[in-house]
Design a protein around this ligand. Structure first.
Ligand code: CA2
Length: 151
């Protein structure tokens, strides 16, 4: 069975409580439920994690490398703009991943425009809100079914 890991970075546990103008009104639990429903349609085995700690995210990525995870959907949150350590972990495990952001990181503060992940991701979804996670599952399915891609 195809294994998908969804990782969420710092403060995303607060979703739904504040800043709805940037992040919408759905909480992470609702997003997880909807994303799992889409994943089931593709017979994906999907796991969700959220952590406020950089080292924990590095550990989860390293673990994914050992557990034959096929694809990662990742909202690194503020670590998007700061974390060489998480970038290195993703490069080390070499698992294809999609970077997801609820808000459009390109129409906010200047410092959000830089991502340590976009250039090593399969693709980036930014600014579409919670549906971005569901779209990432669909994109993962297409990507993993594509026989013409380089393996
Ligand atoms: O748009 C996104 O998904 C972000 O990854 C969210 C991060 C932000 O640092 C990135 O630039 C873009 C922030 C997540 C914080 O989430 C909160 C949710 C509710 C209330 C406060 C923070």
């Amino acid at each position: 069975m195809t294994q998908i890991l969804v990782l969420n970075g710092p403060n995303l546990n607060l979703l739904g409580s504040r800043e709805p103008e940037h992040y919408g009104r759905d909480n992470l639990e609702t997003i997880e439920k909807r994303t799992k429903e889409i994943a089931q349609e593709f017979d994906f085995d999907i796991e969700f994690f959220q952590s406020n700690t950089e080292g924990t995210l590095v550990d989860l990525i390293q673990e994914a490398g050992k557990c034959a995870v096929d694809f990662i959907i990742f909202n690194p949150a503020a670590f998007t703009h700061t974390s060489v350590a998480i970038r290195d972990a993703l490069k080390a495990v070499n698992i294809p991943f999609i970077e997801v952001h609820l808000s459009n990181i390109h129409n906010r503060e200047e410092f959000r425009r830089n991502s340590y992940f976009s250039d090593i991701a399969i693709g980036t979804i930014s600014g579409l809100g919670a549906i971005g996670y569901e779209l990432a599952v669909l994109a993962a399915h297409r990507y993993l079914s594509d026989d013409t891609r380089q393996k």
